[in-house]
Design a protein around this ligand. Structure first.
Ligand code: DON
Length: 554
């Protein structure tokens, strides 16, 4: 298998490919997932079938980022009638969850409880979402579309540096779960993570996938697997019930739509904050002289709109099935005009600061982009939250559970793992969806289309913003995914900057304007992008050089 992979990678080493014929494109975070998608397209599947295959393959070969035990958002565009929708397969809080469940007896937040182990896991949405995608939008059966993932689970995938680094980072949580230790730290000798190139085989996960292939969602949410999931979670101190699993429902949501400089932007709806925050930032930028601004001035203005949009995120956003969110207002141009009215073009707006976690994580979670020959498209961002989610595999199922409960604001004003603060709108409630930042997005005008998204926690939305600005400026796919990144999220009151790519002079100038700069010691994000030039019918695709993904046009 290794030789095969090397050949493929060499063949497409530029990672950006264009072609004039009717072709399809897939960009994903793992070569085997991209190949799984093409395998399904070649069998006559459409982009939605391919999305099922890619999602399931990633669940097997990229357990650091997503999986059957997690959730996600699949943004769809159907070519035949232009219909667009978002499949919301976000996890929901178990019915026994409550606002103060992660506070200790003295009322302090115990951060480990919402990150590590079974109590951190919300009820997964991925199996239900794949079943729904297949039934409503696909052409092939789940038996066909899940076949590549089942094969990968049985045959194994090779340990990469990315896997090693994150297994190391999450070693404690993985070690605390017998099945996780056996599967992911199997070849652990002298307490080392598995060797580069060694195979991770997941026989039980293959069986669970086979159950879903045969029975659809019932193969996961009912019967033997469901029973095992619940038993194992409860034994480890979690609160799942069989009813929670049976009751899980995906939702189809109308995507958030925005316009920016003549482009139509279609993005994730609540319970993702992505579309609303992105729209707010774009709307604000329409009132600012970005195109004539010198580079530092441009960064200053972009930071100021990020600050304002993330402040609103922390104040107003949560699961709209539970709380009233003023979506109309937050995404309106007139409101954006008000927001920018107090931007000082020369200096940073002051806002309070507070200590918050601003570690440079940001490759876990996963995004993929697909377009098929007919023009059907998918932008999907999927997650189990932290690297390897909660670290907990439910005994006998091979299913690694998420720790998406940490995306709630477990205590008003306390930062979560991504430094995000929230208030009542995103407080924990039974059956509620935690607020997300995942931002699968389409951007288009009559000439050009971009399908974009990335992992990166709270920084996802600003990465997508920077990608959109670059696309509109005419940059190509490979340049867009490679660009150096910067980020502001209101709290902490710092501009977070990738140290590779920014010159110190420019950063000094930003500092002189009153911005506190936090130089990150690691890069972040793993963007997977497709661009279509509609008039010439040329596709190009690119995978972020920070990751190990593969993009193909063929
Ligand atoms: O839904 C969210 O916003 C988070 N669970 C995403 C986490 C993530 O992107 C991790 N990657 N760095």
């Amino acid at each position: 298998m290794k030789l095969f992979l090397v050949v493929i990678c060499l063949f497409f080493s530029a990672n950006t490919v264009g072609n004039e014929n009717k072709q399809a494109a897939i960009a994903s975070a793992h070569p085997l997932a991209t190949q799984a998608g093409f395998e399904i397209l070649e069998q006559g599947g459409n982009a939605f079938d391919a999305a099922i295959a890619v999602s399931a393959a990633l669940a097997v070969v990229e357990p650091t980022g997503s999986g059957l035990g997690g959730g996600g958002f699949w943004l769809l565009h159907r070519a035949s009638d232009g219909f667009q929708t978002m499949i919301d397969g976000r996890e929901i809080a178990p019915s026994a969850a409550h606002r103060d469940m992660y506070l200790n007896q003295s009322g302090e937040l115990d951060k480990r409880l919402s990150l590590d182990g079974a109590l951190a896991a919300a009820i997964p949405g991925v199996p239900a979402a794949l079943d729904h995608l297949s039934k409503k939008y696909g052409r092939l059966t789940l038996k066909q579309t899940l076949a590549p993932a089942i094969r990968y689970a049985k045959q194994g995938f090779e340990v990469t540096e990315h896997f090693q680094r994150l297994a190391n980072f999450r070693r404690e949580a993985l070690n605390a779960s017998a099945d996780s230790q056996a599967i992911f730290l199997r070849s652990l000798t002298n307490n080392q993570v598995p060797a580069l190139g060694s195979l991770i085989i997941q026989k039980q996960l293959a069986k669970t996938l086979e159950q879903i292939a045969q029975q659809g969602r019932d193969g996961f949410y009912q019967g033997e697997i469901a029973q095992k999931l619940v038993n194992s979670v409860q034994q480890a101190g979690g609160i799942w019930t069989l009813k929670d699993l049976q009751n899980y429902q995906i939702k189809e949501r109308t995507p958030i739509s925005a316009t920016y400089k003549g482009y139509k932007v279609t993005s994730a709806a609540l319970p993702s904050s992505g579309g609303i925050v992105l729209t707010s930032m774009l709307n604000q930028l329409e009132y600012l002289p970005l195109s004539v601004a010198a580079p530092v001035q441009r960064q200053h203005l972009i930071v100021e709109v990020m600050r304002r949009a993330y402040f609103d995120r922390s104040q107003y956003l949560g699961d709209a099935d539970f709380v009233q969110v003023p979506i109309q207002q937050l995404t309106s141009k007139s409101y954006a005009k008000e927001l920018v009215s107090d931007i000082d073009v020369h200096s940073a707006t002051s806002n309070k600061n507070q200590p918050a976690n601003d570690n440079a994580k940001g490759e876990d979670t996963t995004h993929f982009s697909i377009i098929d020959k007919e023009g059907n498209r998918v932008a999907a961002t999927l997650s189990i939250n932290y690297p390897f989610g909660s670290g907990f595999i439910a005994k006998g199922t091979g299913v690694l559970l998420n720790d998406e409960m940490d995306d709630f604001s477990a205590q008003v004003g306390s930062a979560n793992a991504y430094g995000l603060v929230g208030n009542q709108a995103n407080a924990i409630e039974a059956n509620k969806r935690p607020l997300s930042s995942m931002t699968p997005t389409f951007v288009e005008n009559e000439h050009r289309l971009m399908i974009i998204g990335t992992p990166g926690g709270s920084r996802i939305i600003t990465m997508v913003l920077l990608g959109i600005l670059d696309f509109i400026d005419g940059k190509d796919a490979q340049t867009i995914v490679s660009q150096p990144r910067f980020h502001h999220q209101y709290l902490p009151n710092k501009v977070q900057v990738e140290s590779i790519g920014f010159n110190t002079k420019a950063l000094k100038k930003l500092q002189q304007r009153g911005h506190e700069i936090k130089l990150l010691n690691r890069q972040y994000g793993n963007m997977q992008l497709i661009i279509q030039s509609k008039s010439e019918n040329i596709l190009s695709a690119a995978s972020d050089p920070r990751g190990e993904g593969l993009s193909l046009v063929q």
